[in-house]
Design a protein around this ligand. Structure first.
Ligand code: PMP
Length: 393
């Protein structure tokens, strides 16, 4: 239904890899090129109309992001992606953590929300704690409760796992963490394209996502922080645009969010991200979710009919993406044959090795949906998959 908005689908392509990166609607690419062709200037610096216009457009993008996740503009920091946003917070906590403190993450995190915390703990001497999931892939909240205590300073978890596709009960977890005074960072890199985001409802202190997974460009991401949570973060980088006054012997820093946006920001990317958010809002979440559920249910039903299939987690509690293996065949072998048939899926550990270790496998095949996918894509994918399986019989 929505494929017509995405020029890449003008030629045949079965794209089931939106969790890695989503395709771009024409209007997003046009927003990017229009800005460069008609409105381009640096921001926050010039006095001419062009510079003022670029600044207005960049700040209007910030406003749109704030509205999209139900936050205030001052709470939105543009970054180059979710990874940089998480690193900004983790690096900030290098100055805030003590050796007895603890950081708690789930076993199902993407490396981007795992390694920065692990490294932070190695640097500060704080304890890196991990809570488990159950066999069905849902979080083991008893284990979470057992690991949460008054030493826990940060809880960092994803709203939706990039391997399991399970929407996690983040509100419940955030409430529990706050009872112990811990700050909560939610990784929304996957969830933003599948469910509406309301950081106030989530009750989190930090929320991050990347533009490219929500039909926007690469090179742009968002760090949301509740004001007091952002205020404790020291500057991540030093340079232009993040200072108030610079003297030979000292520097004072700009107010938020500028304090955390050193140097020339990703201006065109922010403006194109705004266009992607407009695209989503024009369709509406109800329509997006209805269409996705129909295609996803169909995909799961078809996959269940393959008798050698081994799902990672319970397929009936997933949204938008599914990871699996075919018993007796290496996922790389399957993917090579799928690739020859013009089917794009992701194969490997999907930057989440601990989750694969939990199930005792090195890799899996992941099929993930975007709002453009149809049941016809599923049929073509399943027949390509059957062909691949048949090849190894
Ligand atoms: N978290 C999750 C759950 C992800 O899926 C990804 C991207 N695969 C990231 C974080 C990192 O996003 P980026 O590479 O855009 O910074």
């Amino acid at each position: 239904m929505f494929k017509k908005d995405f020029p890449i689908f003008d030629t045949p392509l079965i794209y089931l890899d939106s969790a890695a990166s989503a395709q771009k609607p024409k209007m997003v690419v046009e927003a990017l090129s229009d800005f460069y062709l008609k409105d381009y200037s640096n921001v926050h610096r010039g006095t001419c109309e062009l510079a003022n216009r670029a600044t207005r457009m960049y700040e209007s993008a910030r406003k749109s992001v704030a509205e999209f996740i139900v936050a205030d503009e001052k709470e939105i920091v543009f970054t180059k992606g979710a990874t940089e946003a998480i690193n900004m917070v983790a690096t900030g906590y290098e100055q805030l953590l003590k050796p007895d403190d603890e950081v708690l993450v789930s076993i199902s995190e993407h490396h981007a929300n795992f390694v920065p915390w692990q490294q932070l703990c190695l640097k500060t001497g704080a304890k890196f704690c991990i809570f488990n999931m159950k066999e069905d892939g849902s979080w083991d909240l008893d284990d979470f409760k057992a690991k949460l205590n008054e030493n826990t300073k940060i809880v960092a978890v994803s709203v939706m796992s990039n391997v399991l596709g399970i929407i996690n009960p983040v509100k419940k977890l955030t409430d529990m963490a706050h009872q112990f005074g811990a700050k909560v960072l939610l990784d929304g890199a996957q969830s933003v394209a599948h469910i509406p985001t309301n950081v106030k409802d989530f009750g989190c202190d930090y929320f991050v996502f990347s533009g490219h997974k929500i039909y926007g460009p690469t090179g742009i991401g968002v760090l949301y922080g509740a004001m007091e949570a952002l205020e404790v973060l020291p500057p991540y980088q030093f340079g232009g645009d993040m200072v108030k006054d610079v003297f030979i012997d000292k520097t004072t820093f700009a107010d938020l969010p500028a304090k955390l946006e050193a140097g020339t920001p990703p201006i065109a990317e922010a403006i194109a991200l705004q266009s992607a958010l407009n695209y989503i809002q024009n369709i509406g979440w109800e329509e997006i979710q209805k269409n996705e559920k129909q295609v996803f249910d169909y995909l799961i039903q078809k996959l269940k009919n393959i008798h050698q299939i081994q799902f990672l987690g319970n397929p009936d509690i997933k949204t938008g993406l599914v990871s699996f293996n075919i018993k007796g065949i290496h996922p790389n072998d399957i993917s090579m044959i799928l690739a020859k048939q013009n089917v794009c899926v992701r194969v490997g550990h999907h930057c989440a090795m601990p989750i694969h270790q939990f199930w005792g496998v090195n890799a899996s095949i992941r099929a993930s949906l975007g709002l453009y996918n149809t049941t016809e894509d599923v049929d073509l994918f399943i027949s390509a998959l059957q062909k691949a399986i048949g090849f190894f019989k």
